[in-house]
Design a protein around this ligand. Structure first.
Ligand code: TYD
Ligand code: MG
Length: 456
């Protein structure tokens, strides 16, 4: 009889399993991602069990027989988080929260637990990273905890499963999937097969018992959740918690959501007493803006359904070397290069003689093409050393021939500007034609970059 295999090779990216090592993963074509790990003992009769289960429960139904009840969604107590989740937590959903260490994932989830418990929900917070003492210290900072919020420090998933079955909470937090392990998988916690198998168990718990499970995941240097990509495919919702270490605001970004739109963001601020919501990020991002400074303009970017005003800064200075330096912070470097080439070719500015530094103030990252026109005008304003009217906002996409192209949801952007007291708006002419009239703001439609430069 052939000896049973005890190890196999797994792809770190996609979780593909192979009997022998290969340099390139046959499934996702990534190089050097195959690692050797012990294989889990397969339950041989699992298929049979599943088949039986299917026989019992699977019955095709008409969509009209399915009821959608509003109370299926539970509010987290934070409007910012609810919006990213798609108006609240869905019972039986699996949510992955990724982010750099120390960004505030545990703090956010603990605060959510506190809100849920205060609302009369039963919550179980399982930490594999911190002791009960450490959790208590953090809890003391965020304020009083009332209601049924239970804590468990455990990393063995079989024990965790038992605890969940016993306590029957409505929501479970798993603080870091990378610390969890199953005994029948012999590789170390955090490895590809452990993460995959652990998530599988949690998936069954969530779907089988209708419990919503939040999973904390660490991210790698490249900024993706550590572990195989299948992790992201298995869960319903993937949220990234991001922000600069030295700035106090944090952005929660939805990158996958089976229950709502993605690309929604929630903005929080880290304070002494934990995280607090920032209801009006535009005001926040524009605070401390220099008035009458050249090279600074206000742009409007759309995050999901939400217009956010932000300040685009540019500094253009004569270059001292043969080759001009360019940097872009908070936006796409190549896009900035492209826009400078457009200025050079279509407007005859000798940009190659100048260094250029572009920055989105406040440390946020925005890559929307609607920022193009603002970047172009910030560059020109700095080059000519002429400030742009501080009561004017700018948005529009710039094409390669210097034309200003339409952007989506122009009206919402203009309304946000009116709300914050702006008096003028430079926008694509095409958008102006399609828009309803907005009171209290002068709308200046432009067809190309040259027209826009003429206006400032
Ligand atoms: P934490 O939630 O432990 O991060 P993660 O779980 O993502 O690793 O966040 C810890 C950071 O937050 C730490 O640097 C201290 C800071 N913090 C505050 O500034 N105020 C607070 O009230 C709390 C609880 C943490
Ligand atoms: Mg933590």
């Amino acid at each position: 009889m052939a000896k049973a295999r005890t190890t196999a090779f797994f792809c770190k990216e996609c979780g593909y399993e192979s009997a022998k090592w290969t340099g390139q993963c046959p499934s996702c074509r990534e190089w050097n991602t195959m690692v050797e790990e012990p294989v889990a003992k397969k339950a041989s009769d699992r298929r049979a069990v599943v088949r039986e289960g299917v026989k019992k429960t699977a019955r095709p139904v008409k969509l009209s027989e399915v009821s959608i009840e509003d109370q299926d969604r539970i509010s987290t107590g934070y409007r910012e988080l609810d919006r990213v989740l798609g108006s609240g937590i869905v019972a039986g959903s699996l949510v992955l929260v990724g982010g750099d260490p120390g960004i505030g994932k545990s703090t956010l989830l603990l605060q959510v637990c506190r809100n849920l418990a205060a609302d009369g929900h039963k919550v179980l917070y399982i930490s594999g990273e911190e002791s009960l003492k450490q959790i208590k210290l953090r809890a003391n900072r965020i304020g009083e905890i009332t209601g049924e919020l239970l804590f468990l420090c455990e990393t063995n998933l079989d024990d965790i499963e038992e605890a969940i079955r016993e306590t029957k909470p409505e929501t479970v937090i798993i603080d870091s999937i990378q610390t969890m392990y199953r005994e029948d998988v012999t590789s170390a916690p955090g490895s590809v097969s452990q993460v995959r198998e652990s998530t599988n168990i949690l998936l069954q718990i969530a779907k089988g018992m209708g419990i919503s499970v939040f999973i904390v995941g660490h991210v790698t240097k490249e900024g993706v959740v550590a572990g195989p990509r299948v992790l992201e495919h298995m869960v319903d919702t993937v949220l990234y918690f991001e922000g600069e270490r030295n700035a106090s605001y944090r952005i929660l970004r939805g990158v996958k959501n089976r229950f709502g739109s993605t690309n929604e963001i929630g903005v929080f601020e880290m304070q002494e007493q934990g995280l607090s919501e920032v209801e009006n990020p535009s005001e926040y991002l524009l605070s401390g803006r220099p008035k009458e400074a050249s090279g600074a303009v206000v742009a409007c970017s759309l995050e999901g359904t939400r217009p956010i005003l932000l300040e685009v800064q540019a500094l253009v200075a004569q270059t001292n070397f043969g080759m001009a330096r360019r940097t872009a912070a908070g936006t796409d470097y190549n896009r900035v290069n492209l826009l400078m080439a457009v200025l050079e070719k279509r407007c005859h500015y000798e940009m190659s003689r100048y260094d250029a530094y572009v920055n989105i103030a406040g440390g946020v990252r925005m890559n929307e093409p609607a920022l193009d026109l603002a970047i172009v005008l910030a560059l020109v304003s700095s080059l000519k050393d002429r400030p742009v009217d501080p009561k004017c906002i700018i948005f529009g996409e710039v094409g390669l021939s210097g034309e200003v192209r339409a952007v989506s949801m122009a009206e919402q952007r203009v309304r946000e500007a009116v709300k914050l007291g702006f008096e003028a708006c430079i926008l694509p002419q095409v958008c102006l034609g399609k828009m309803k009239k907005v009171e209290g703001i002068r709308l200046l439609g432009v067809r190309n970059v040259r027209e826009a430069i003429g206006l400032i």
